[in-house]
Each structure stands twice: as C-alpha cells, then as structure tokens.
Design a protein around this ligand. Sequence first.
Ligand code: ZN
Length: 394
Amino acid sequence: MYTDDNRMETMIPPPGLPGERRLPAETAEARRYNRLLRRIGVADLGLGLVLMALLLAADWTSSIRNFAVRIAGDHHSAALFLYTSILLLLTKLLSLGLDYYSFLIEHSYHLSNQRLRSWAWDQTKGFALNFLLCQILVQFLYFLIRLQPQWWWVTGWVLFMVFSVLMAHIAPIVLFPLFFRFKALADEELTARLTRLSEKAGAKVRGVYEWMLSEKTKKANAALMGLGRTRRIVISDTLLATCDHEEIEAVLAHELGHHVCHHMLKGIAVQSVITFLGFWCLKLAVRWAAIDWVHPLDQIDFANLPLIALVATGISVVLMPVMNAYSRFNERQADLYAWKSLGTVQPFCSAMEKIAALNLSERDPSRWVELLFHSHPSIGRRTRTAIAWAASRR
Ligand SMILES: [Zn+2]
C-alpha cells in the first residue's frame, strides 16, 4: 500500500502546495482522530482476548461443546461446525458496538460517505466471509489433529500457507470486489506513463485499476494487489480526483517499487517462517492443556479452540512491532525506487501532503506509536527523507 489506511499522518504542508487543512487546529484534530482509532483497535483486540480467556478459565468452552454435541450427536464435523458458529457469533456480538462506534467516528470527522444501510450490509458480508473461512480452517485443523496426533502442526502449517497464497491470489478478483467496485483505469495518458515506468524497470504489471473508494469514504489510498496473473495496481478514485498526473505517477512508481523489489513474495517467505513457529507454539499449548490445565482438554477435543485462538492472537500481537518494522523497511525501499525512477521527489512530497490531508493523518506521531502501530514510516519522516535524498544528489 501507499500509506496505512486510517493510520496516516497529517503533514505541515510545504510552501506552494494546495490544501484546506492547514490550520494548527487540524493537527490537533488529526491527533485526536488517530488516537481514537488506536484505542478502538486495542479495545477490540482486548475484548476478543478476554472472551477467549473467560471461555477457558470458567470452562464455558466445555459447556458450549457439550451443547453442540447434544444437538449434533455422533456427527463430529456438525458438532464442530455448531461450536465454532457459537464462538464466531459471540465474538461478533462483542465487537459490534465498537464497529458501530468506528462508523460514527468516521462520520463525525467528516471522512465517510457511507450510509448506515451500506455499512450494515458490509458488516453482514464481512461476517459471512469470516464465518466461511474460519469454518473451513477449523474443520481442516481438527481433521488433521485426529489424523496425525504427532505431526498435525507441520501439515497444518503447510496447508495454512497454501491457503494464504491462494487467498492472496484470488483477493483482487473475489474478496475485494465483495466490498468495492474496481474498473480499468480510463486515463490513457496515465496508463502510458505507467507503461513507460514499468518498462524502464523491466517489470510487467498486469493492469492498473481505479478503486471506487468514494462510494464509502473521502479517504484516498493505492495498493499493489494479487499474485501472478491477478497482480495489479489499484488507485482510489478519491486520489485520482485530488492529485495531478505527476503526483499519481509518483504513487504508481511507489507501488511499482513493491513489485520490482518482490515484496509480495518476500512477505510470503517471512510469513511462512513466522507461521511455522506459530504452529509449533500451538502444538505446545494444546499438549499443555491436555495434561497440566485445571480443566484438561484432550488434544482432539475442539473445546480447546479458544486456547488456539488465544495463542495465535497473542503471537500476532507480540510480533506486530516486528512485522511493522519489516513493513516500514519495505515501504522505504519502494519510496527510494519511486524517487530514483522519477528522478525527482517533488511530486512524491506533494502527493503525500494531499493524501495526508484527505485521510486526516498524523504527520509526526510519537516514536513509540510509530514503532508499535505503523506499517508505514510517518509522512513527516518520508518527506524529510525524500528531500534529504534529493539534496544528496545535487
Ligand atoms: Zn507501499
């Protein structure tokens, strides 16, 4: 992505750049808005973790399992389906209040174009998609635990990686179109510019698409999506409406940078190492629960699912700063590629300014906020680095 969605930084604009959000009060507003978003994110995560911990500590998980088995009888898969459905419903009910609060906040900061009905429909589709994917994963997981009590975690890891790559492959053609409309970029001059840029890089991108983001939000973004034949660059219509051709070219050059530096494939390699360690931790946790837990849960007993969710979420929270640091490293590489391929940093800096203004982003968040939460370097840091790079070449 070109920037963090929802987590970008408002710039103090360089002289000569347009933008309505230039008053000092805007920075305070951006700080308030971004602080609120972070708090909601942390609260949402905390609620999920507390629910899983409560299910285990109070042994409610066994009661729900007994209920599912009573209804489904001998059909193990049906009982597992019912048990997982109850857990997913509980989790969604718990987070629904915060989801609605986020919707209200986007409106109160005048960042949303979405009506309540459209938001509710997105929530329904999001839940249905999550429900389907979780059910598939959970059925596979317990099938493997029963089939290979010793090595399920290794086979599980392999299948999970295959599943992840498949999802990355189909995301631009199946998943994202569930929530957004995309169409081929109509602007011939822009398309010609991208073709020139990608030819210069010796890279082939399968297409550039306009992402109809304005139906939902006033915010702007761009991204590199998909793998292989589904690989494409998408640019939001909000960005196309705000930036001139030079600035959009800078955005495209940044996305092309991700492509040229093979960030997608490297990301999959990094993810495979981390998920291998994650599955190993899951194996240890499941064994521990079977022997040393106050309410012992056999390895094949799906009542241990909250423990698996708790450990998996715990690992991703602990690793979040590391993964964000890796992502920021990739973003810096893509930025450098953009400046080099264009030979100038001015359009990059002015595009950053416009995106920051559209998205109500913090220009210079505190260092710890950037380290913990940001997958992109702050916009202040990005533009300062760009200017320093340009100066070093004079
Ligand atoms: Zn990027």
